[in-house]
Design a protein around this ligand. Sequence first.
Ligand code: SAH
Length: 219
Amino acid sequence: MNTALAGIGMTSQRTRARMIDRLRAKGIVNEAVLAAMGAVPRHIFVEEALASRAYEDTALPLGFSQTISQPYVVARMIEVLLAGRKGLGKTLEVGTGCGYQVAVLGQLTRDVYSVERIEPLLAKARGHLAQIPGLQVRLKHSDGGMGLPEAAPFDSIIVAAAAGRIPPELMQQLAMGGRLVLPVGGNEQYLYLIERTPQGFTESRLETVRFVPLLPGVE
Ligand code: SAH
């Protein structure tokens, strides 16, 4: 390990605590979410050259024109999934990227799946996730726009890339009472929350966000 990274290792507990303070200041109130974010060392998931910026509340490049999501957005989406519920239950993440968000989800539920369409990125994520002790997540190289039919239905679905419209496959793979949170749009994107109720689906539009696009197929 080089000295820069060793230094980050020593201070990461403290910088992570500062990140949690910033998340609180921005309005994240769910203690379970804050604890999960505090438990995952984000610097493991970013390129070494960017490791010193790992705890800033900002998106960072992770290669293949993709980005690791901003901590606030990760926290906010998970908080929306959890609001008024006991837990996440069986969860699907679409867009593993470097694996950061699924590591956070893995702190909150034992039953989490994540799919990624870019194979080398998924390989990187596996390497990162292997460094988190006790973490249990199931990863698959596939097009998450189709959901993950073999593991459906899900209590929670979280999408890390913006779709032009809400993929009906994802709605169909929600369990009764299940929730889907995802960014929708092109240049202007909003976070949407979809809930499956006995009366049908409810839809709420939340704040504006900025995500990479949800793309079809695999590479
Ligand atoms: N969850 C990541 C964010 C990754 S960025 C984090 O914690 O930082 C979004 C990811 O979604 C990219 O890696 C991109 O390749 C992936 N993606 C885009 N469209 C997809 C699709 N249809 N199926 C699966 N993954 C997709």
